[in-house]
Design a protein around this ligand. Sequence first.
Ligand code: DC
Length: 225
Amino acid sequence: MKRINIAIDGPSGAGKSTLARAAAEKLGFRYLDTGAIYRTVGLFAREEGVDPSDREAVSGLLEKIRLRIEFDGQGVQHMYLMDRDVSREIRLNEISGYASRVSAIPEVRAFLLEQQRQFARTSDVVMDGRDIGTVVLPGADVKVFLTASPEERARRRYRELLERGQQADYDRVLAEVQARDEMDIHRAAAPLKQAEDAALLDTTGLSPEESLDRLLAIIKGGIGR
Ligand code: DC
């Protein structure tokens, strides 16, 4: 049976994962957070003491990494690294930079590509990332490019860090958001960009509920439901 694939791309902090997860739940689809996979590779680089920008060294890690995606009874994604559940660790602020750097390495992207495509072949899925509509699933049924202004994204990220009990400074978070945008947009391998056939959804100034309503309207319009 042909599976339905929804691709959601956009910069960090645009609310992709929250919205994609909520949309998947409403539709009864799986939600796959592909950033979590890059974060797991980033965490591995840190644990192995490897410079995440060192292409050769990071490529070497791919030969020994054991990475697994599992879903619990609630459909929540868990990432396993060397058989250890690292789902919480990969969310540490420090790992964001590692993930961004390893994700710029073509060998890392190639290594993770087939796994992501296989997932989409076997499940109705809402997949979020940076290159889902452009590279991973160019034939996706619906593509959405979800964004918000850098300041709004930094505010959301700042609040999220405080809620998790992590130390945070707004100006620093904003600088990190901008630096990460720069890296994600200007990298040579699968840079962040809106697919030509993607619908643009800018959530600046929208509440989470309004954002979800708009996202669902785009998706339902696209799959004719
Ligand atoms: O969405 P996130 O912040 O968890 O993603 C972490 C990093 O991984 C981010 O810097 C960009 C990268 N990434 C990517 O290059 N391609 C994807 N499909 C998903 C994430």
